[in-house]
Ligand binder design. Structure first.
Ligand SMILES: Cc1ncc(COP(=O)(O)O)c(C=O)c1O
Length: 399
């Protein structure tokens, strides 16, 4: 018997569908099995040296105290320069905020704005945390499926069809986790034009993978349709572009009243992001970005390898334009017999794949897209080649 009572909001959260695979991978590794994790959501590169050095200097120079909740003056200036440099968007100091990770920006925005029952439109496949953050804040996620045949890019018509008077937010994420899809500029323009007809709908654009794009440069909604700047929150962070997942640095920009509300919330929750991390963030944003060219070409070569091998095996996927994920369909093997029994779902597929071959991938159900699975290619090329060989053998051996 326990006297612990959980809040209804926590009870309403779905248990993470990625947990079963992650736990299984851990168990197998502990048993000494050779596990290749294609399930990770972080670059396998080290944080660049000039960023690490800035953090060491900050520690030695005593930058170890509380800072302003929303970031140091130097960091906010670096963030402002970044938005101006990359997208021609000008934000004043009070329209900018740094947080402990990009995830907290989303959390703060939802908690600061949603009333019970408010609706948030989320195109699927989506990043696992979106619906649960919305639900935790009392909102209702409204899921709009995108199609593999359309490159998993949402259409303005499909999004408009679910707008109601209760809609508060539309989430956009490009390049996308888990599909790698990039929303082309022309499509962003269509979505933006559509939104001009619905002035009560705000936009959260999650641009955290913006620097990892292998085709057309990634742009962001308020740069394409400037009238939407007054109701758009840009979510970004250092995790993916600078290989800084463990440092926890997110940054965002948006309308001043929204940012003030989020700042108030952060002030009673996390306070400022780590002062040392902020110093590293200044070096990251203001420093040389030349390393990104090399990272992009390594990622692109791996993407091409994984993408073509998966399609050769009959695990179809559209070419992802960015991030470090591919999102193949496993529908062609559903109903077949694996060594562990019938493969009825993407979850069965990933579990049996892991048990039989030691290759860990994440079931599509976790991202709102059953019948698919996510492969991360943020791992070295030799391991990718081995894992693709094991996957091919596994698929060929199914009864
Ligand atoms: C689409 C997307 N948004 C936001 C985040 C949050 O990143 P962080 O909290 O590390 O800044 C992630 C991390 O995986 C992500 O994939």
């Amino acid at each position: 018997m326990t006297s612990l009572i959980l809040s209804p909001r926590l009870e309403a959260m779905a248990p993470s569908a990625t947990m079963a695979v992650t736990q299984k991978a851990r168990d197998l590794k502990a048993q000494g099995r050779d596990v290749i994790a294609l399930s990770v959501g972080e670059p396998d590169f080290d944080t660049p040296a000039h960023i690490r050095e800035a953090a060491k200097r900050a520690i030695d120079e005593g930058e170890t105290r509380y800072t302003a909740v929303d970031g140091t003056t130097a960091l906010k200036a670096a963030i402002a320069r970044k938005f101006s440099r990359d997208h021609g968007l000008d934000y004043a100091d009070d329209a900018i905020m740094a947080t402990s990770g990009g995830k907290f920006l989303i959390f703060a925005a939802m908690l600061a704005t949603l009333r019970e029952g408010d609706e948030v439109i989320i195109p699927a496949p989506y990043w696992v945390s979106y619906p649960d953050i919305v639900r935790l804040a009392g909102g209702v996620p409204v899921i709009v499926e995108t199609k593999a045949s359309e490159g998993f890019v949402p259409s303005a018509e499909a999004l408009e069809a679910v707008i109601t008077e209760k809609t508060r937010w539309l989430f956009l994420n490009s390049p996308n986790n888990p599909t790698g899809a990039v929303i082309p500029k022309a499509r962003l323009a269509e979505i933006g034009e559509m939104l001009l007809r619905h002035p009560h709908v705000w936009v959260l654009t999650d641009d955290i993978y913006e620097h990892l794009s292998y085709g057309e440069a990634v742009t962001t909604l308020p740069a394409v349709v400037p009238a939407l700047k007054e109701r758009t929150l840009i979510v970004n962070g250092a995790s993916k572009a600078y290989a800084m997942t463990g440092w926890r640095l997110g940054f965002g920009a948006g309308p001043v009243p929204l940012m003030a509300a989020m700042r108030k919330l952060a002030g009673q929750a996390t306070s400022n992001p780590s002062s040392v991390t902020q110093a590293a963030g200044v070096a990251a944003l203001n420093g040389d970005h030349g390393f990104l060219d090399e990272w992009r070409s390594v990622f692109q070569a791996r993407r091409d390898l994984v993408f073509s091998k998966l399609n050769d095996m009959g695990l179809d996927c559209p070419t992802p334009g960015g991030a470090f994920y591919v999102f193949p369909s496993c529908k062609s093997v559903l109903g077949r017999q694996g060594p562990g029994g019938e493969i009825g779902t993407d979850g069965d597929f990933c579990l049996q794949l892991l048990e039989e071959t030691g290759v860990a991938a994440v079931p599509g159900t976790a991202f709102g897209a059953p019948g698919h699975f996510r492969v991360s290619y943020a791992t070295d090329t030799a391991a990718l080649e081995t894992s693709m060989d094991r996957l091919a053998q596994f698929v060929t051996g199914l009864g």
